[in-house]
Design a protein around this ligand. Structure first.
Ligand SMILES: Nc1nc2c(ncn2[C@@H]2O[C@H](COP(=O)(O)OP(=O)(O)OP(=O)(O)O)[C@@H](O)[C@H]2O)c(=O)[nH]1
Ligand SMILES: [Mg+2]
Length: 432
């Protein structure tokens, strides 16, 4: 049995390693430095980047990923710069990480491990903490080796900072038990969410999605006059926040802010954040915020679309919102993007420009759109149920004795006619 490891606070000195067809090329011909995002992530995790190494191989080396020769080069580099941690931009197998740790005698983290660590630092609510810890332990379990106890003097910092933990439990059996317990409590949290979701079933739900740091929370605040934390750091928001927005005195919608997406989001995280991300899946409409100032905005837009696809949310009505237009200097580029994306909205959430246009677009989309409702039908509202079958699209049916719970989509105008909408303002004010 392995002992517990004391976690120390250390200021880490990190070397970044990246391998792929783009790495090692002249960065002038690429839109962005391929290691730029990893550098930002590392700094967000509180460490200092002291160097980087890139490799371009036609095939991954099974033992060292980057090849034996490059691994040796990395080892020499590590020694000369007094490095404490090596971070790979790629996701390595547990065996590859272990081989590097043996060779380097320092801690080796991969991209997923780093992202999980940032999430661990950021988690505030008990829900987010549970989700992150679960994801972290699942990631850590196959990577725990005896090597870790040998490295225990240097262990600290990235990769071992669990939410609120000061000691790392390295006993596999205990980790498995903890995983089971956390899974159980997440299930309970999810059930509570289903209940609160049922309560707000008659509102048009709009959810902000987008790459991390795109400006979702800034826009959320601009639209709702709320005070969601905003920062020029990655993954500022981990917990979703929902606010009611009044459109004049006609009606209101519910707007939710969510966690940002990133390239290669660790799959353990997506699994753990399922309940938080249910705000995405259950939305009637998505506002996809794109940071037009970022040279990699196109790739980021595609990554977000891929994640939406994996969340079975790509068919939801979506408005692409290009943000940070106040930072655009090249007007020709701006006009080109505009003419190529005629149905998108261009705004500056920070300077609050274009917000009125966005509200008009949301209203228009809502009029045309469909609303998703989950509702229980008993003997008293059979007629209403018949109308739902006639005008709506049934997504899920759940029968329980005399009552039937239906999840369905229905055009907003019809939802209004059938009286689903009238009750919403009062109801949601009570619940928000
Ligand atoms: N110049 C400019 N900066 C903006 C604008 N909108 C947001 N920002 C800045 O971009 C950074 C990130 O903004 P957030 O609103 O925290 O971004 P987010 O998408 O919520 O990020 P995560 O929660 O980390 O995923 C902050 O420094 C904001 O001040 C804008 O329209 N113009
Ligand atoms: Mg945010």
């Amino acid at each position: 049995m392995l002992p517990m490891i004391e976690i120390k606070k250390v200021k880490e000195r990190v070397i970044l390693v990246g391998m792929g067809s783009d790495y090692g090329k002249d960065t002038d011909i690429l839109s962005v430095d391929p290691l730029e995002e990893l550098k930002l992530l590392t700094e967000t995790a509180g460490a200092e980047v002291v160097g980087s190494i890139t490799q371009s191989l036609p095939k991954v080396d099974p033992r060292y990923y980057i090849g034996k020769g490059k691994a040796q080069e990395l080892s020499d580099y590590v020694k000369s710069l007094e490095v404490t941690t090596v971070i790979f931009d790629n996701d390595l197998s547990p065996a590859q990480i272990s081989n590097h740790e043996k060779l380097l005698e320092i801690k080796v983290i991969d991209r997923s491990g780093l992202i999980l660590d940032i999430f661990a630092l950021r988690a505030k609510t008990s829900e987010a903490k549970t989700q992150v810890e679960l994801a972290q332990l699942k990631h850590l379990l196959p990577r725990l080796t005896r090597q870790w106890t040998h490295l225990s003097r240097q262990i600290g910092g990235i990769g071992v900072r669990g939410p609120g933990e000061t000691q790392l439990e390295v006993d596999r059996r205990k980790i498995r038990e903890r995983i089971a317990r956390l899974t159980e409590s997440l299930k309970k949290i999810e059930q509570r969410r289903v209940i609160s979701r049922n309560k707000r079933k008659t509102t048009f739900n709009v959810t902000l999605v987008g790459y991390t740091n795109a400006g979702k929370s800034t826009l959320f605040n601009a639209l709702s006059r709320a005070n969601a934390p905003v920062e020029d750091k990655l993954f500022k928001t981990l917990d979703s926040m929902t606010r009611m927005i009044n459109f004049g005195n006609t009606h209101s919608i519910l707007l939710s802010d969510t966690v940002g997406f990133i390239r290669n989001l660790p799959h353990e995280l997506i699994a753990s954040f399922k309940s938080t991300l249910s705000d995405v899946k259950d939305a009637d409409m998505l506002l996809h915020v794109v940071d037009i100032e970022n040279p990699a905005w196109k790739e980021q837009l595609e990554v977000v679309e891929e994640v939406l696809d994996s969340l079975e949310s790509s068919s939801i009505e979506t408005i692409i919102v290009f943000n940070k237009i106040d930072r655009i200097k090249n007007t020709a580029f701006f006009e080109a993007v505009k003419s190529r994306n005629p149905s998108s909205v261009f705004i500056s959430a920070k300077k609050q420009t274009g917000i009125e246009d966005l509200i008009i677009s949301i209203k228009e989309a809502e009029q045309k759109g469909k609303i998703k409702i989950t509702m229980e039908f008993g003997s008293r509202n059979r007629n209403l149920m018949r109308d739902v079958y006639r005008y709506g699209t049934i997504l899920e049916t759940h029968a329980d004795g005399d009552s039937i719970t239906l999840t369905f989509t229905i055009p907003v105008s019809m939802a209004r006619k059938l009286g689903f909408y009238e009750k919403q303002s009062k109801m949601n004010l009570e619940n928000s």
